[in-house]
Ligand binder design. Structure first.
Ligand code: FMN
Length: 203
């Protein structure tokens, strides 16, 4: 499928066929996430694939009435690792070795100066890893569309409860739940703002 088609055809799908998702598709979805871009290439995204009927039901109970999670063949619990921010020095070395900064002002910047400039408190780090993880999540969503699957971002869940259910550590932030399966609905496009409403100006 062309990228434009995937972007246009994607819908939030809330009704799924019971058919299982082929194992190779799960790998493809995670691979789409793995290839996403991230600030300083920190790649903070982490995933839990929830497939068992019992766990899906218990996960649905951690949401604010999002019962269709229990009926999706798979839900990917999309997380961000706060500790990924600490890996920036190592990531910069890798990027430099890979030639990412050749010909840019960044080529000769001292790593310590860069890290110092970008120092973050825990709130800033949380916002940063969440932003980066959202990109990976949307990669999964679009690749799912490409594979004929449907999905729906779900953020209406209780953070503490999901973390407890899945035994996730203090360093992990659950960003979104992503129920996925073959769609059992074919909804028309949802309302959107017009281009004129989103373009502030061209200068
Ligand atoms: C960050 C984010 C959070 C969302 N959270 C939920 C949610 O908790 N429950 C739900 O049913 N849909 C959720 N959605 C889906 C939106 O309702 C949906 O994207 C929007 O209404 C537009 O519809 P469309 O995705 O079909 O184009 C979420 C979407 C995004 C991007």
């Amino acid at each position: 499928m062309e990228l434009k088609d995937a972007i246009c055809r994607r819908r939030s799908i809330r009704k799924f066929k019971p058919d299982p998702i082929p194992e190779a598709y799960i790998t493809e979805l995670l691979e789409a996430a793995r290839l996403a871009p991230s600030g300083t290439n920190i790649q903070p995204w982490r995933f839990v694939v929830v497939e068992s009927a019992e766990m899906k039901q218990r996960l649905a109970e951690c949401t604010l009435g999002v019962s269709f999670i229990a009926r999706a063949p798979v839900t990917i619990v999309c997380c961000a690792d706060l500790e990924a921010v600490e890996t920036r020095p190592q990531r910069i070395v890798e990027l430099r070795e890979a030639g990412a900064f050749v010909g840019t002002d960044f080529e000769n910047v001292k790593m310590e100066d860069y890290i110092k400039q970008g120092e973050m408190d825990r709130n800033a780090a949380r916002a940063y890893v969440t932003l980066n993880t959202a990109i990976a999540i949307e990669h999964i969503v679009l690749r799912a569309t490409d594979l004929g699957l449907g999905s729906c971002w779900v953020m209406m869940f209780r953070q503490k409860q999901v973390k407890q259910l899945l035994g996730l550590g203090d360093n992990i932030v659950v960003v979104a739940l992503l129920p996925i399966g073959f769609p059992d609905q074919d909804p028309p496009p949802r309302p959107r703002l017009k281009l004129e409403e989103i373009l502030i100006k061209r200068v």
